[in-house]
Design a protein around this ligand. Structure first.
Ligand SMILES: Nc1ncnc2c1ncn2[C@@H]1O[C@H](COP(=O)(O)OP(=O)(O)O)[C@@H](O)[C@H]1O
Ligand SMILES: [Mg+2]
Length: 366
């Protein structure tokens, strides 16, 4: 029996996207495949997503007049980044369906609420303590030991806003280094590998997870994602079940990613949840060619209330991020049989900047 689609959306509808980076760009391209038109709202006039969207607005996220015009012209609103201000989400949510909802944003944009939420579901997380002062930090380090990691509660990404507390680290210097912002201290997890689960939840509660993928970071930035992850069946099932429980508890609609650490080997292998991204995720880029449905199509399907697509993988896959000048290799990559190049249309190849990615798929036949 088919489940009725709980919204009236159909091809021809307009999807509003907050944020204009490469994730919004790839969402807009996927939306176009499904006959959905996109209106992208972002403050930066040279946003990569503007090139491929039917409409765009350049305005600040606090500009209520611009937000009202945007919301009135779209059928559903989504976003490509988790730091959407709560007031913006609340304002938009009163005028148009907002998916994922405000709760997903509130929980995931603050590391303390995120860790507490995951812990509250009975899932494994690194031990953590809230840090609002140097005295808190001293007490937290006494409790969790060294090494440990001090992270700002908000706005951290690609390893920014965090510092390792090593045996010789001066705590006052460390607290100063992260800007004395509200923070958490996490116990150090001696992981073997890092993996993530990219999954989707539909408006009707349907759940579909892509295969667990393995992530290799360099200089705190994702460098490679590989499928299949080097992970036993039991741990993979636990990882996917953790994502399912997180999605359900958030009443989530759309694609999300759960980053995890893998500890131990063989029968002792286990996963620890690191963080949740309430959006399409860099570790899901491989799905564009490597899965039966891409994460971008899946997100558009979910937020429009369409049926989810099959998440099955097509083989062994590697996604390589093109960071900074690596993107200058575009001509060579285009000459490589079977390499799928994606460039984000950014002009300056600054160090550390994500300029594009390339995906390689090895099917059973290749
Ligand atoms: N508690 C921890 N123990 C060990 N390594 C960690 C811990 N927290 C973070 N890391 C390392 O730092 C990286 C970035 O941390 P993360 O919390 O994912 O922040 P970001 O928002 O910058 O991605 C992780 O991918 C992992 O390699
Ligand atoms: Mg991370």
């Amino acid at each position: 029996m088919s489940v009725p689609v709980p919204t009236g959306l159909a091809p021809g509808a307009v999807l509003g996207i907050l944020g204009g980076g490469q994730l919004a760009r790839m969402l807009a391209l996927a939306a176009a495949d499904l006959g959905i038109r996109c209106h992208v709202f972002a403050p930066e006039p040279d946003s990569p997503a503007f090139d491929v969207a039917a409409r765009h607005t350049v305005a600040e996220y606090e500009d209520e007049a611009a937000l009202a015009r945007f919301a009135d012209g779209v059928d559903v609103v989504t976003y490509e980044f988790e730091n959407v201000p709560a007031a913006t989400a609340a304002f938009l949510g009163q005028r148009a369906p907002l998916h994922p909802g405000a709760r997903a944003l509130a929980v995931t944009q603050d590391r303390l609420s995120e860790k507490s939420f995951v812990d509250g579901l009975g899932l494994a997380v690194a031990p953590f303590r809230a840090v609002d002062s140097l005295a808190d930090l001293e007490a937290a380090v006494a409790a969790l030991g060294r090494p440990s990691i001090l992270k700002t509660r908000r706005f951290g990404y690609d390893g920014k806003g965090q510092i390792k507390i090593a045996p010789g680290t001066d705590l006052a210097d460390a607290y100063e280094a992260i800007g004395r912002f509200p923070a958490i201290l996490e116990g150090y997890v001696p992981f073997e590998r890092e993996v993530s689960v990219v999954a989707a939840r539909g408006l009707d509660g349907a759940f579909a997870a892509f295969d667990v993928c393995e992530n290799e970071h360099r200089d705190h930035i994702l460098a490679f994602t590989r499928i299949p992850a080097n992970l036993g069946r039991g741990a993979a099932a636990t990882a996917i079940d953790a994502a399912r429980r997180i999605g359900e508890a958030l009443g989530y609609v759309g694609v999300f990613a759960v980053e995890m650490f893998v500890l131990g080997d063989g029968a002792a292998e286990r996963v620890v949840v690191n963080e949740i991204a309430p959006r399409v995720h860099n570790s899901g880029h491989w799905t564009s060619e490597g899965a039966e449905t891409s994460q971008f199509h899946q997100h558009v399907r979910a937020v429009c209330g369409f049926p989810l697509g099959s998440p099955g993988s097509r083989g062994r896959i590697e996604m390589e991020n093109l960071i900074g000048e690596a993107a200058l290799r575009w001509r060579e990559i285009l000459g490589e049989p079977g390499a799928h190049l994606h460039l984000y249309g950014k002009r300056d190849a600054r160090p550390g900047r994500k300029m594009g990615h390339v995906t390689r798929v090895w099917t059973d036949r290749s």
